[in-house]
Design a protein. Structure first.
Length: 381
């Protein structure tokens, strides 16, 4: 297990600044996810951590030791990629034992061919370790096969197994599930989480998929344009985002954003309706963020519109509500019982839970209510 520190990491490719003063403390045994849109610098940061890329500025520390200039092989980290990078001509067992065999041989010995150089006892030992890992991953029955004879999920498990036999200080994974179909991805998500709990090893996991980040991580770092916008447990990131960008990035369906206002007395309105609480701070226009699950059918509610689209997902229903003057429909997520009688093409009103409303200033920063107490709407009028 390793604690990993990234200190003030900056990286440029040509004239493009790809990473800007990244600062993260990854705790021992933690499952940390780097998540953000394509091109935000996630893979570059992971590669710097692995030693495959050098930062222009800043340093990397593992267990208190600076490793910034240290070669990848000396860091004892295992990297698992999206493309499983298995040797097609070797069996699963041989693929999995390669890291152990290589570790045993000096660079000069590696060339001719691995097998004959290793003593029989050593080989038995290695085979034992491989079998143990294969059993953990439930791929022991696949050991004699070639990668070409495996499904995508099985190949992913072999790649993981190959990383595991080395017993690394930490696993670094770059979008390891993105080649799998949707159902298998969900299944492997659960498997990876269980594996992490069982091994107790540090996992640093890169994905552009916010659902993966929300479901698997102990903490997630939301990255955009080479910066970390916010880092914290998934629940905090979802419920308590610092900025509009973070609020928009996490959550599916996306968060609804509607125009609002803070009056000079602090009363907050959405679409000119009072929300029933005051917010100290500068008066002016704000954006009101409402998660789809925080809207409820209510004839007296402040959000009113026409249902223009209805998605029934079985366990939940998503309503798309067109509101006058708003380009984007408001999405409401309801249990099927709550959606009864709400028909396509009809008008309905919805109320919001004032305790869940997220408010963002003109600069996109979150305005927090802090210690201010909610004030009944009639007192604000
Ligand atoms: N070797 C390179 N030379 C020049 N530019 C590069 C190089 N590697 C990456 N970049 C650029 O750096 C930026 C960050 O790339 P990176 O691969 O880290 O993004 P990412 O967040 O992993 O994206 P994705 O989700 O698409 O994998 C991108 O704009 C990319 O084009
Ligand atoms: Mg990438």
């Amino acid at each position: 297990m390793a604690g990993i520190e990234l200190r003030q990491i900056s990286k440029e490719f040509g004239n493009t600044q790809v990473l800007r003063e990244i600062e993260i403390d990854i705790r021992r045994g933690e499952f940390l996810t780097l998540v953000g849109p394509s091109g935000c610098g996630k893979s570059t940061l992971l590669r710097i951590l692995a030693g495959l890329e050098q930062p222009d500025r800043g340093s990397v520390h593992i267990d208190g030791r600076e490793v910034t200039g240290v070669a990848p092989a000396e860091r004892n980290l295992a990297m698992v990629f999206q493309s499983y990078a298995l040797y097609p001509h070797l069996s699963v067992a041989q693929n999995m034992m390669t890291p152990l065999v290589l570790r045993d041989l000096s660079a000069r010995e590696r060339w001719p061919l691995l097998g004959p150089l290793i003593s029989r006892a050593k080989r038995r030992d290695i085979a034992g370790q491989v079998r143990e890992v294969a059993e953990t991953l439930q791929i022991d029955h696949l050991l004699p096969r070639k990668p070409g004879q495996l499904s995508g999920g099985q190949r992913q498990r072999v790649a993981l197994g190959r990383a595991m036999v080395r017993q690394p200080l930490a696993f670094l994974m770059d979008e390891p599930l993105s080649n799998l179909d949707a159902a298998l991805r969900v299944h492997m998500r659960a498997e990876l989480s269980q594996l992490h709990r069982r091994l107790g090893t540090t996992f640093v996991y890169v994905t552009h998929d916010q659902t993966e980040a929300l479901t698997m991580s102990d903490r997630m770092a939301v990255m955009m344009e080479g910066k970390i916008l916010q880092i914290g447990p998934p629940d905090d990131i979802y419920r308590d985002p610092d900025t509009l960008e973070v609020a928009r990035f996490v959550g599916s369906p996306r968060i609804n954003l509607l125009p609002g206002e803070i009056a000079s007395g602090g009363a907050v309105t959405v679409l000119d309706h009072a929300l029933g609480f005051a917010l100290p701070g500068p008066a002016g226009p704000v954006q009101i963020g409402l998660r789809p699950e925080h809207l409820r059918p209510d004839p007296g509610g402040s959000i009113e519109g026409c249902i223009v689209h209805l998605e029934n997902l079985g366990a939940e229903v998503h309503l798309h509500l067109a509101i006058e003057g708003q380009e984007e429909p408001v999405i409401v997520r309801l249990a099927p019982e709550q959606a009864q009688g709400l028909m396509l093409g009809t008008r309905h009103a919805f109320s919001v839970d004032p305790g869940r409303v997220l408010i963002f200033g003109a600069d996109g920063m979150r305005l927090r209510r802090g210690a201010a107490q909610p004030v009944p709407a009639r007192e604000l009028a």
